[in-house]
Design a binder for this molecule. Sequence first.
Ligand SMILES: [Fe+2]
Length: 385
Amino acid sequence: MNIIYEKLRINGDKALLGVSRAVYDMTGGLLGRSRFSKTVDVTHVGSDVKIIAETADSVTIAKTDKDGKIVDKGFRILSTTDLHLGDDPKLRKKCIGMLMNHIRATVPDLVILTGDIILGRFQHLDAIEFAQFMEEVGVYWAFVFGNHEAREEKGRFKELLMKCQTTFPHCLAKQGREDLFGLCNYCINILKGENELLKTLFMFDSGRDILDEYRAEQNVPADVGAYDYLKKNQMQWYEDKVNELNSQYGEVKSFMYMHIPLKEYENAIYDAGNGRFPFTDKCRILYGGAYEWVGSSHINSGMFDLIKKLGSTEAVFSGHDHVNDFCAVYDGVYLVYSQCGGYETYTLEEKTGWDESKWIQGVTITDIESDGSFDISPRYNRMYL
Ligand SMILES: [Fe+2]
């Protein structure tokens, strides 16, 4: 019954938004103004990416030529995080407009959002609108959930949000296995030939806060609270997937995306007091800065050790810390903050007093060459001010 109700609700809301857009077009923008997409100058960028295969917890994609043949051309990922789209029309317009600017300029093959994206009062409507915006842009996209999308007070919102977005053709997110912690644990396999993988992207739900309901089962002491961490069944799924892909394609190389950073990010900085977080010498810093402490869990999931054991994952991308944007190499693994894109949240003005010409909102561009090597770099919104 719930499924039928949700389908009716989602389709009803899609229809309502469709009518509002038609009214907007017919009245030259006087009526039917939507919450963001029609207020932004949307460009159809398009894509030569195709979905090759799908399962409940994976999607396999590839770039193809005009005859549909898989081509070995390298791959560009644009990632951004914590858009925190709320109810301020000016700030949401600015945020989506900036994202559009970066997509237009960089023409990515895939856009990845690492959580805390849609947080307004009418979240599922916003989820549909965001997905419609990406349909107009015509670029494939995927997401992981952030801690703010997991708020208990929003009831079943997270599941509804997923259903609203995954019904759109360019959204690659998958619900994933129901027996795993969280929602939307899945992987995206990028082919570079019929039987050759360029890279696999592992997507994880890193939860919200540690909950009493699994404290005993996970051996979490009663006095440990705050942010969540990846659970054993998610890590087992990851290990099984790597082994499965290794046997199918040979040694697979991968990236990992989640909202709450792994505890190993803490190795990059130290707390010098007075709001200063200089870099340590434990990591090689490739770019970026740190203006707040790492918001990881008090519990170390052990994922980093598993990454080292399996030897597949070369880079981890996180969000959550809005004014940290460093890209560090720790023990041979890239620990990256996707550039935060949000304005309806705390900014560097509060943390440092800096004006907007120095803020770090933007996107992260990851260029994967056809030999699997890659380059990660930031692009800042301030270039469009
Ligand atoms: Fe956030």
